[in-house]
Every structure is written in structure tokens, then in C-alpha cells.
Design a binder for this molecule. Sequence first.
Ligand code: FES
Length: 118
Amino acid sequence: MASLAALLADLVGPAEAFGDPRRPDVAEAAARCLPGEVVAARDGDEPVAVVRLASGEVCVLADACPHDGGLLSDGFVEGDRLVCARHQWELDARTGRCAHRPGVVVPARRLVEKPLDS
Ligand code: FES
């Protein structure tokens, strides 16, 4: 079932759906993001998806799916991949590379921070 944000993005377009001032900044999102979760955040004015892998590593990806612009922060984490909730395209959370389309890459970076349990 699609989330409310995904339905909103379908209706008004992803750019409008991104304009949520309640998104936390990356540091705050990383602090609340548990292993295996993804949290919507902002990096300055840019919407991002903050992912914490099971290893505790935190990855930050642009919050727009390369398939059709869905919010990646509405997706879910499977292993080291972030899966888009709309049509299940899978992205490597560390590199932003798409598993379905070689050459398609979402801007991504790793955040240097200690894992939650250290
Ligand atoms: S919009 Fe992400 S898989 Fe289609």
C-alpha cells in the first residue's frame, strides 16, 4: 500500500511533495534512524533520504527515485539496498547505483558517524 506522501507525489508531483518544512536536518534524522530504516530529511533545502544500514552505517541519498520521481524516503531497506515503495526499484544505499538500470545513479554519500551501539 502506498503511503500518503507517495499518493501526494502522484497527485501534485514530487517537487511539491518535497516542500515539507518539518523534515529534520541530516544529523537529526541520522540520530533517530534505526538500523534497517529510512527517514525523510533535508540537506539544506534539498530533500534527502537518510538510511541506516544494519552495520550502523548511515547513507544519505537524494530523495527522488530515478524511475519516476517517487520519494525514496517512503521506501524500505533490504540489506544494503533502499527499495522505492512505488515500483520497487532498488538502489545501493552507499553508492546510489540502481540495480535495475546500470548507469543510473542517484546522488548519494556516506555520513561519517559512530554506529548507534558504540
Ligand atoms: S518511482 Fe520509484 S520505482 Fe517507480
